[in-house]
Design a protein around this ligand. Structure first.
Ligand SMILES: Cc1cc2nc3c(=O)[nH]c(=O)nc-3n(C[C@H](O)[C@H](O)[C@H](O)COP(=O)(O)O)c2cc1C
Length: 188
């Protein structure tokens, strides 16, 4: 199988990580892969801001803040996770990356998504596990937005859009269920 297709199929969300930290070289490789994503108008070199957090105290605080917001959610499943003492929304990963974009960018969500997927695939290709995460971004919800963003030195005018955890997988077994669809229609 072609190497790219192999990595795409092999990448699955990792939620159990070894404590071992990943190198800055690997982090830079992953971030750089993001910059080669397609974009609908966002200048990926200027309008995107990457925050890389490896400090355990900061990671724990973000987990705490996100769960606190989840407990106030109208959605029962979010509330339950917020109340679950055993749930760490960052899965105790050694590194967490927040991708923020300049607020005026119109295609921000699409562009961050394409960039994030590039990064997840890059991580897989160098033997690392990763998981795209919505949950921790709740730390930036409501009135906490400015406070958390300021603390993490996310520049003014930039808004967190996507995030991911990265680290060495606890289990390197490749166990991928085949995915298929019948919803394909050719018009020839
Ligand atoms: C927009 C988005 C938000 C996600 N948020 C979370 C999250 O907060 N927590 C989590 O554990 N996984 C999250 N995921 C990962 C999905 O659960 C996962 O990609 C999906 O179940 C498919 O599994 P796979 O990645 O192994 O193919 C998110 C994925 C996407 C694309």
């Amino acid at each position: 199988m072609n190497e790219t297709i192999k990595i795409i199929k092999q990448r699955r969300s990792t939620r159990q990580f070894l404590e071992k930290q990943i190198s800055e070289d690997d982090l830079n490789t992953i971030i750089n892969a993001g910059l080669y994503a397609p974009n609908g108008g966002t200048d990926l070199e200027k309008d995107i801001y990457f925050t890389i957090i490896t400090n355990k105290d900061v990671l724990n605080e973000l987990n705490f803040l996100a769960k606190e917001t989840a407990r106030q959610s109208p959605f029962e499943w979010l509330k339950e996770l917020g109340n679950n003492e055993n749930f760490n929304c960052l899965y105790n990963a050694p590194a967490f990356i927040i991708i923020s974009v300049k607020e005026q960018s119109e295609s921000a969500v699409y562009d961050c998504s394409a960039l994030t997927q590039n990064m997840l695939l890059a991580a897989e290709s160098i033997g690392l596990g990763s998981c795209w995460l919505y949950f921790p971004l709740q730390a930036f919800g409501n009135d906490k937005n400015e406070k958390s963003a300021k603390k993490l030195k996310i520049p003014q005018g930039f808004k967190p859009i996507t995030s991911m955890v990265i680290g060495y997988k606890e289990n390197n077994e490749i166990n991928v269920r085949e995915r298929k669809t019948k919803n394909i229609y050719y018009i020839k």
